[in-house]
Design a protein around this ligand. Structure first.
Ligand SMILES: Nc1ncnc2c1ncn2[C@@H]1O[C@H](COP(=O)(O)OP(=O)(O)OP(=O)(O)O)[C@@H](O)[C@H]1O
Ligand code: SF4
Ligand SMILES: [Mg+2]
Length: 339
């Protein structure tokens, strides 16, 4: 796999009045050219901060550790000046967020906003060329009646259509990497499904790589080839999507899987969720971050963070129970031995 992005030991901390929030605590991963990688995890696990760190779209209170490295297409991004980063942002790497309304200007027609995005990086385009490209982009993301709609304002669009405008904007400059942070979470299931299908088609046509962030493992299954499961600012498990579903390699992944609607909704429509709540990142556990909620936790778990164990190609997981000398009792990875 040829990598478009290689993140190494990324640590991002926020300096706040109530202490340092250790949002991302040393994560490493790669994204291949043309690959769709999912980042999944509950609220607060560090998904957004990880992706915002790539383009340094972080508030002034954020610090990226000196030893962290983010290499995009052969170029180290952590040392770039804000001006150099702006050359990359929106052109070679673009982002889509959950709430398109907050990224769109309510006072400017949507077509104009997409044009502006094109203009930043392509000053040479004439007005007519810009208009034609916007129409083409609207067509690509299946916005009906594009001629009419490009003159309309964001409030005249439904949530799903607004998200399509955002995707058009993100694709305008043919990026090599698209980071989509919960782009379908606020949409109803049918629209969500349409947008996911469309992202997949657009990815196939453009060959771009995608990092898709979601708290929903079901969505990851539909779209991604590989997934990183995050918890407490760390990657708990990394796996090709089919392997993960067939054979989850981490108790936290097992917990997430039990809460996928299609698989596990009971008659009342309630979803089982993992009991307990995520750790306080101003004072994260020194051992395995999942220990306070893990049904398999034992003494060592709270004391020391487990090392990664390789479970095959592109597969790793950090859990003490995967160590060769781990006891078989109450060990979900040793079902045979326990019988
Ligand atoms: N600007 C900030 N200042 C201080 N702490 C922050 C800031 N932004 C995020 N955090 C903290 O960093 C941690 C990771 O947050 P992040 O937004 O990455 O979570 P997430 O996985 O994207 O969650 P969600 O699913 O809710 O979007 C959380 O503990 C959060 O409270
Ligand atoms: S290391 Fe321990 S607490 Fe963490 S997931 Fe594995 S068994 Fe559970
Ligand atoms: Mg987030």
């Amino acid at each position: 796999m040829e990598a478009i992005l290689t993140v190494n030991n990324l640590k991002t901390t926020f300096l706040t009045g109530s202490g340092a929030v250790q949002a991302v605590r040393g994560i490493s991963f790669q994204v291949g050219k043309g690959e769709i990688v999912g980042i999944v995890g509950e609220s607060g696990s560090g998904k957004s901060v990880s992706s915002m760190s790539i383009l340094r779209l972080l508030p002034g209170t954020a610090r990226i550790d000196r030893e962290s490295s983010i290499v995009f297409d052969g170029q180290e991004l952590t040392g770039l000046t804000p001006k150099q980063l702006r050359q990359i942002r929106g052109k070679r790497i673009s982002m889509i967020f959950q709430d398109p309304m907050s990224s769109l200007n309510p006072l400017i027609p949507v077509g104009k906003q997409v044009e502006e995005m094109l203009k930043i990086h392509h000053k040479e385009l004439t007005r007519e060329q810009l208009r034609r490209q916007v129409l083409e982009l609207f067509g690509q993301v299946r916005i009906p009646e594009p001629e009419k709609r490009l003159k309309e304002f964001p409030h005249q669009f439904s949530g799903g259509m607004r998200q399509r405008v955002m995707i058009a904007m993100a694709l305008a400059n043919k990026p090599d990497l698209l980071i989509a942070d919960e782009p379908t979470t606020a949409l109803d299931v049918t629209i969500q499904d349409q947008i996911l299908k469309q992202l997949r088609t657009l990815q196939q046509e453009s060959g771009a790589s995608i990092i898709f962030i979601t708290h929903d493992l079901g969505v990851v299954a539909e779209l991604c080839q590989r997934v990183l499961v995050m918890y407490g600012g760390l990657i708990m498990e990394e796996a090709p999507i089919d392997d993960l579903f067939e054979n989850p390699g981490h108790p936290y992944t097992m917990g997430l899987m039990a809460s996928i609607p299609a698989l596990n909704q009971d008659k009342t429509g309630r979803l089982p969720s993992i009991p307990g709540s995520p750790p306080d990142m101003t004072n994260p556990p020194q051992g395995c971050p999942f220990a306070p909620r893990c049904p398999y936790a034992r003494k060592i778990c709270a004391a020391q963070c487990p090392p990664y164990v390789s479970l095959g190609e592109n597969r790793r997981s950090m859990c003490w129970l995967l160590q060769p000398d781990a006891p078989a009792e109450n060990n979900p990875f040793r079902k045979e031995a326990a019988r």
